[in-house]
Design a protein around this ligand. Structure first.
Ligand code: CU
Length: 69
């Protein structure tokens, strides 16, 4: 199991947090998603054999938020 922390820009309330969580959790291999609204930190536990940062980035973008490099 791998852990990655992404910084996501544009989340302003718990509704945003829920939206981001909802798009990340169904991705194959993702076992948990923890989000801190204040600093935009999104920590994902996942199986690197099944998914990775590209999928996470695309899902976050599709939900209308930006992943900061
Ligand atoms: Cu919001």
């Amino acid at each position: 199991m791998e852990t990655i922390t992404l910084t996501v820009k544009g989340m302003t309330c718990m509704g945003c947090v829920r939206s981001v969580k909802n798009v990340l959790e169904p991705i194959p291999g993702v076992s948990s998603v923890d989000i801190t609204l204040e600093n935009g930190q999104v920590t994902i536990n996942y199986d690197a054999a099944k998914s990775g940062v590209e999928e996470f980035r695309n899902a976050v973008n599709d939900a209308g938020y930006d992943v900061v490099d």
